[in-house]
Ligand binder design. Structure first.
Ligand SMILES: *Cc1c(COP(=O)(O)O)cnc(C)c1O
Length: 316
């Protein structure tokens, strides 16, 4: 692996936000990864594209809605290489957003079908591309899978390096959990380091037990036979589904108030689908569990274009 190249992407800033809900709050600015507005999807996609480059593929196919940060970044990375990019998305979530505008700008081929036809459409598209002489690479939606998990094991390693350099220990790490790969990578990192702390995934959509099961599956798949007991894996996997709200976060007054507050106080944009919900959930969790005086690290997983889609909600 070309470390000179990867160092450009990794080691995003940890910033000190200061006292918040009785704790010392820090934030790892994954949103500042320097490509296409950054975020966890940039960290994951960068690793998928390493494999694409090494395999000399000439076309990339992926899946996601018009809101998808993953699809924006994949389309951008493909365009930067002059590579063909096909995005298959559900027609149920295909409204125009900043992310979908970027996908168009990057020249991606956008195919929308009813959600139940997505799987079949991906298969058919891959077959068609191969027939046309392409050598396509398929990236699972959201950058799910071992490669995506590995990306967040590396993020965990950066957190440990920061702790050593700054002589600090984070008692809690919070992140938004969607497909769960980000959380899975962080937990795998913790298990491999055998660190004592709590990693809390705040669900942005999925409910338990399924949401947690998906994270557990990713962890087990990544660790394989690393000799870590399933009991230990279960103990470290905390998936909280209490703050999903109903439907879009944009309709959730408390989430919108949180986004506004964080933008005003810290100058940091969050969004109503992922990071705003997670930040709100983190504050609620800390309060409900009466957690005080701890060092808390929030992982800002990106999604800045979604912040601009949300701006209108602030005017209400
Ligand atoms: C996709 C996404 C998440 C969720 O990450 P997963 O690895 O899918 O759990 C969180 N925040 C943002 C901004 C995202 O785009």
């Amino acid at each position: 692996m070309n470390t000179e190249n990867t160092n450009r992407w990794f080691n995003t800033l940890v910033v000190v936000l200061g006292k918040d809900s009785g704790n010392r709050l820090y934030m790892k600015r994954e949103d500042l990864i320097p490509f296409s507005f950054g975020g966890n999807k940039a960290r994951k996609a960068q690793m998928f594209f390493q494999e694409i480059d090494e395999g000399h593929h000439d076309c990339v196919v992926t899946y996601g809605s018009s809101h998808s940060n993953h699809c924006r970044i994949v389309a951008n990375m493909a365009a930067a290489r002059g590579m063909k990019c096909c995005i298959i998305g559900p027609s149920e979530v295909s409204d125009t957003t900043y992310n979908s505008r970027f996908m168009k700008l990057f020249g991606a081929e956008l195919i929308t079908v009813p959600v139940e036809q997505v799987h079949y459409t991906i298969e058919r598209k891959l077959r068609k591309l191969r027939k046309e002489g392409y050598d396509p690479y398929f990236i699972p939606g959201g950058g799910h899978g071992n490669i995506g998990t590995e990306a967040y094991v590396r993020c965990y390693n950066e957190i440990c390096a920061y702790e050593r350099e700054s002589n600090i220990h984070f008692d809690y790490i919070f992140c938004a959990s969607g497909t769960g790969t980000t959380q899975a990578g962080l937990v795998c990192g913790q298990l491999l380091h055998r660190d004592e702390r709590k990693i809390i995934g705040i669900s942005i959509a999925r409910q338990n037990p399924r949401g947690r099961d998906v994270v557990l599956d990713s962890i087990r798949e990544y660790l394989g036979d690393a000799g870590i007991s399933d009991e230990e894996i279960q103990k470290r996997t905390v998936f909280i589904d209490d703050y999903i709200g109903s439907g879009y976060g944009r309709d959730n007054e408390a989430v919108i108030a949180t986004i506004k507050d964080v933008m005003i106080r810290f100058g940091i944009p969050l969004d109503s689908t992922y990071t705003g919900k997670a930040f709100y959930g983190m504050r609620q969790y800390l309060e409900e569990k009466s957690i005080h005086g701890k060092n808390i690290l929030f992982i800002h997983t990106g999604g800045t274009p979604l912040f601009f889609d949300d701006l209108k909600a602030f005017e209400r």
